[in-house]
Design a protein around this ligand. Structure first.
Ligand SMILES: [Zn+2]
Length: 377
């Protein structure tokens, strides 16, 4: 396993001006070698079980990648030979995408192209579209329109922006509102396994204590005030189904009218399309906890397995000033249209290659001029 076979480094290796990443890769390789050595000595399983990740017994791809679930580089082995199933959390379509989103999707697009074109994997990528949630309902109320008018407009705009950025279209892009029956069935399955419970207002919560392995991807916040559970059994329990409030879009369910919780949608759609186990799951680093922790927990609960997704990859954030993340909630975003008025698509894509996909990127970076210079040299 040389540095050239490391997925995180591959994108960076074509230009020596890019920085000292080689040093980081060597040190990570040392750590990786240490894990392999532990396996040879027969202590790897015990060591890994302490962090609750099981190395898949699949088909070796020759790639190593950094798995966020284990915080280390590991060999990428797929469930099926030559096929990689990949689920990516997609946009919540209540507003326009900004360059923070662009950065993340372009970086994943580069990884996808490397896996398919250099390593010959048939990548099946599913990107979930969140077309019902609190922000969408709020925006529809503000504009006094049906929520579908908001979501259809911004979904179209999202894919038009991604086309402009030359991000390959996903194999499938399921919408939450078209999967409500599957989601209801998924929630019922978790209840049947006694890992979820309904409460008086028609909501259903995942029972983290009954599950018993909650927190396997991220250390739990021990300072969490457990008295703040309210109608839940534990403050850590999370909604699988939200009982309807007046005037909100809602669907019939065994627990009364309501709508899916955010976390369950990805699990139900990914499981329906890609099966009971997944090779790879991606998203921005802010999704690692609680969203991805919850996805893994509810899928393991539903499928009755110890590990649903084998590999997790996360991109860093785009910071505007200091450590402030570019985010719609902070009103500090720059739209993709505005970006492309100032820079070419190639400049932006090369800018994405100038930093490791896991690193945070600073908006004040000299990266764009550097990318321009590299392109013209
Ligand atoms: Zn998701």
């Amino acid at each position: 396993m040389g540095i050239a076979r490391c997925l995180g480094c591959l994108a960076l290796h074509h230009n020596s001006a890019i920085g000292p990443h080689g040093h980081m890769a060597v040190s990570a390789m040392g750590h990786h070698a240490n894990i392999i050595q532990q396996f040879r000595l027969g202590i790897g399983r015990r060591w890994l079980s302490s962090i609750s990740w099981i190395p898949p017994e699949g088909h070796d791809t020759g790639v190593t990648l950094y798995n966020s679930a284990i915080k280390s580089k590991v060999p990428l082995k797929t469930i099926h030979p030559g096929l990689l199933t990949w689920y990516s959390c997609g946009p919540t379509v209540y507003d326009s995408a900004h360059i923070g989103h662009a950065l993340s999707y372009v970086k994943f697009d580069i990884i996808r192209r490397i896996l398919s074109r250099i390593f010959g994997l048939n990548v099946v990528m599913v990107v979930g579209i969140t077309d019902i949630d609190d922000k969408i309902i709020k925006r529809a109320k503000e504009l006094n329109v049906n929520f579908k008018e908001i979501t259809e407009l911004h979904e179209q705009e999202f894919f038009a922006d991604m086309d402009r950025l030359r991000v390959l279209r996903p194999s499938l892009a399921p919408r939450v509102t078209e999967y409500v029956p599957h989601i209801i069935s998924f929630v019922q399955g978790i209840i049947d396994r006694k890992l979820a419970y309904a409460v008086n207002d028609g909501s259903v919560y995942f029972d983290t204590k009954a599950y018993g392995r909650y927190g396997k991807m991220s250390p739990l916040d021990e300072s969490l005030d457990m008295r703040g559970a309210g109608i839940k059994k534990s403050a850590r329990d999370f909604a699988l189904w939200k009982g309807a409030k007046g005037g909100e879009p809602s669907w019939d369910s065994p627990w009364g009218r309501g709508r899916p919780g955010w976390h369950i949608e990805c699990s139900a759609m990914a499981s329906h399309i890609l099966g009971t186990q997944l090779d790879l799951h991606s998203g921005g680093i802010d999704l690692l906890f609680p969203h991805h922790e919850n996805e893994e927990a509810q899928c393991c609960g539903y499928h009755g397995c110890h590990q649903w997704c084998n590999y997790w990859i996360h991109t860093g954030h785009l910071h505007t000033k200091g450590t402030e993340k570019m985010s719609k909630s902070l009103s500090n975003t720059i739209g993709i249209q505005a970006l492309l008025e100032q820079h070419s698509v190639n400049t932006f894509r090369l800018f994405c290659l100038l930093s490791h996909y896991r690193n945070n990127v600073h908006g004040s970076s000299k990266g764009a001029p550097e990318a321009d210079t590299l392109l013209s040299s």
